[in-house]
Structure formats: C-alpha cells, structure tokens
Design a protein around this ligand. Structure first.
Ligand SMILES: *Cc1c(COP(=O)(O)O)cnc(C)c1O
Length: 453
C-alpha cells in the first residue's frame, strides 16, 4: 500500500487506461440507475478483510458500478442541471488528486490557491465587483449559499452591536418564491425566517416587490437574495432594482447564480445581470455551466474581511494559521480541510482561454432559443415561457403526467435522453436544461418528434 511497486505501477496503467477510454467516449453511453436488488445480485462483497485487489475492483466499477450511473455529460442528459466538463478540466481533476495539496491554508497550498484565486478574480471582474473582492471554492451551491448568509448575518449582528441596537427577535432573509430549495435549507440550519417575495407571472423578482416585502417584514431582515438564473426556468431577477432596495436599507445582497451566473460570460447576455456589481456576495457553480467536473461552487464576497471574521475557526493547533495575514481559503466558508477544487476550472480556462468559454456558453443559449422557436411553431406543443438563458420549458398539449413519464422512460430505455417531467402551476411540463455545448438543435428536434409518433 505504501510503495510504488510493480503492482502499483500496473494499477496506474489500468486506471489511466480507464480514464483515457472514458474521455474518448463521444458521447459516453447514457446508462441509468438500477435497483438495489440488481446491484446486490451483481456485486460480490468488495470491502473485505483482504480486499479483492485493484484490478478486480476496477473491472467491477467499469462493468457494473459505473454503468449503473447516469452519465451527466451525455448531450441528451437534459433533466435537472447537467454537467459538461471540458477534457482539460476533467484531466486536471486527476492531477489535483495525485498532488495531495491541502487547500485550506496558504502555508500549505500557496501555489494552488494562487491559481484558484486568479479564477475568482476573473469572476469578480466579470460581475463588476472591486479588485479587493475574494472568496473560495466550496463543495456546492448549497454550502456556498449557507456560507454567504452566515457571513451576512455576522455582519448585521456586528452593525447592530456597534450601533447599540438590540438583536432582533428573529433574523430574516427575503428570497423569491422561485428561488432554490438550498436557501430554505440554509434558513433552517441558521434558524432564521424566510420571507418569500412574489416573483409575479414572469417569474422575475423585481425591486418594487422586494421593497413591498421588506416594508411588511418588520425588524430583522439582514439579507436579500436575488437569483441569477432560476433552476426551473433560467430566469434572472431584476438585480439592479433589488440591489437599489438593498443599498437604500443597508441590507446585504446575495446573488445566487449557481446555475445561471455563468451566462454573464456571454457578452450578448451581459445586460441581464445589470446590478450584480452591487452584490455583497455571489455564487456560481463550475460543475453546472462552467465546464468543470463535480463538485465546485465559486463563492465570492465584496469584502472578504467580513467573511473571514464570520468563518475563521479558532483552535490552539490552528493558531499558527489564524493569526497570520496570508490568504487562507478555509476562512471564507463553513469548512476547514479542502481540496483545491477550483483548479480544474483554472486549468480549463488556462488551456482554452476565456473567449472559448464565452463561445461555449453562447452556444448553449442559442441552442435553447432556437429550440424554443421550433416549439413555438409546432402544432401540438406550447412554450410555457420565453427562455432567457438555457432552460426551455414546454408542454405537449393535452398530455397527462403519466404520458410524460412513459415517454421519458422510453427515451432512457433507448439511451437517447434523460428527461424528467417538471410542473408549473400544478400542471406537468417538460424541461430541457442545456449546459452542454454538444447538445444540438437537430438532436432536440428528434426528441420532440418522438413525442408525436
Ligand atoms: C443547483 C443550485 C443550487 C445548489 O447548488 P448545489 O451545487 O447543487 O449545492 C443553488 N441555487 C441554484 C439557483 C441552483 O441552480
């Protein structure tokens, strides 16, 4: 186990060969989940006193375990929000793995952290945050949203203390009724109240509604969350209007762009995010629409000092770290030990250049808009809303939930596409979430055709 002996060398060859083969699959088989009973029948005990050996475990993974998982980078994976990592990003994930870098402190990971921070600086620049902005890559958007809200509350608490004001009975956060479930989860974890604001018929929360909600909310609102790309519809809130209200009342503005903020890189789409430059914090997930593998969320603060004060862990054995002035990524979220999970994105950006990213994101947006046009013009189909980013929601007129489900099951059986029905105002709808530049209009048209036969 501890030496790079012949056995380890052979296993290296096998694992790298596996990686090479997987990368070369274009597209990879879609595959699908199977039942627990099926796996119990097919998989012998593997975690045993003597183990089964790396070669046997790898074969088992290759033949049974991995084929019982969906390939979320398949261009027909259109349910939820897929992932479509670039070759460079995926390859560099392997490099991160072999490098044993502790990404929590500058003392241990300076070079890797430097590169991660270059990516965070790019994101801060694109959104218009000041050069002093900074943050950290965390595991996912859920943790990013929670960490940002914890920093926001910490800051509000401090402001109150310094002003000699009492702590409010309940801390409150205003979120859109259309915002992501992770924000309600964060509120539960923090034991704070969610004040939902109505996003209206078009699903886009605006400043006027936030002002009304705030006026009715009473004391204790410490943060407002705007969504830059709702998960269901890909709609960007009126960030400019919302940020004006937040600024007027000196309330923290967090922008949840886990999926959709990546769209800011497409120049023709930039205008949708006006006002994001006023955010106190934002998140965007590279594993969603920035072509990096699972799992990573870029969390950026306007003033990282606030986050550091909220999040630094204190312990005797950590004193050497917490008292220094260097940039320690651990200090900016709810975590301590961390993988330098921003590096695959860094390597991918360095490999292809930002311009390629802009193009790939534009491609997804134009594919979404093109297929929306097709749906609009097709008998028997209705577009539920005009797409903004790369999510398209539509119905096959008259279909019941059971009909959608049967059709989805058939596509998955054939290995052509992974779709799941969603719902809108109590009615079943279908949804294409397009973050893979290899997803094409003809492919989507043939999926539509299959609903007519
Ligand atoms: C996906 C998503 C999240 C949660 O991100 P995870 O990485 O899955 O934890 C939060 N907000 C929005 C808008 C999302 O689309």
């Amino acid at each position: 186990m501890h030496s790079y002996d012949d056995q380890a060398k052979a296993l290296t060859d096998s694992v790298l060969a596996y990686a090479k083969n997987r990368l070369a699959l274009d597209p990879p088989p879609l595959d699908r989940a199977v039942s627990l009973a099926t796996l119990q029948a097919k998989v012998p005990p593997t975690v045993t006193e003597s183990g089964i050996g790396g070669e046997a475990a790898l074969s088992l993974f290759d033949e049974v375990l991995s084929t019982s998982c969906l390939s979320s980078d398949h261009p027909g994976y259109l349910a939820f929000i897929p992932t479509a990592p670039s070759e460079a990003a995926t390859l560099f994930d392997l490099v991160v793995s072999v490098s044993s870098i502790y990404g929590g402190s500058w003392m241990e990971g300076s070079g890797a952290i430097y590169a991660e921070n270059e990516v965070l600086a790019l994101l801060a620049r694109e959104t218009g945050l000041p050069e002093t902005a900074g943050g950290v890559f965390v595991q996912g958007g859920t943790l990013g949203n929670l960490s940002a809200l914890v920093a926001a509350r910490h800051w509000a608490q401090k402001q109150r203390r310094e002003a000699g004001l009492p702590t409010p009975e309940r801390w409150k956060v205003i979120i859109s009724a259309e915002s992501h479930s992770s924000l309600r989860t964060a509120a539960r974890v923090m034991d704070i109240d969610v004040i939902p604001a109505d996003a209206g018929d078009d699903g886009r929360l605006d400043g006027a509604e936030v002002a009304r909600t705030l006026a009715a909310a009473g004391d204790g609102v410490f943060a407002i969350v705007a969504t830059a790309g709702t998960t269901n519809f890909g709609i960007v809130d009126d960030i400019a209007g919302i940020s004006a209200v937040a600024q007027e009342h000196d309330i923290w503005l967090h922008v949840d762009g886990a999926y959709g903020l990546a769209g800011i890189l497409a120049p023709e789409n930039r205008y949708r995010y006006a006002g994001v430059e006023n955010a106190d914090s934002f998140i965007v997930d590279p594993h969603k629409w920035l072509f990096a593998p699972f799992d990573a969320c870029a969390l950026v603060y306007r003033d990282p000092h606030i986050a550091r004060a909220a999040h630094t862990q204190h312990a005797e054995y950590l004193d050497a770290l917490t008292e220094d002035t260097e940039w320690n990524p651990s200090d900016y979220a709810i975590h301590l030990s961390r993988r330098t999970r921003g590096l695959p994105l860094w390597f991918s950006l360095a490999t292809y250049g930002i311009a390629e990213y802009r193009k790939a994101i534009s491609t997804c947006i134009s594919v979404a808009h093109d297929i929306a046009e097709v749906i609009r013009g097709r008998d028997g189909f209705s577009l539920v809303r005009d797409p903004q980013l790369s999510v398209v929601v539509f119905t096959r007129d008259g279909w019941t939930l059971a009909e959608y489900e049967a059709w989805c099951a058939k596509l998955l059986d054939e290995g052509t596409a992974f779709l799941v029905p969603s719902s809108y105002r109590g009615k079943p709808v279908m949804r294409f979430a397009i973050v893979n530049p290899r997803t094409s209009v003809p492919q989507l048209v043939s999926i539509l055709d299959s609903m007519q036969s």
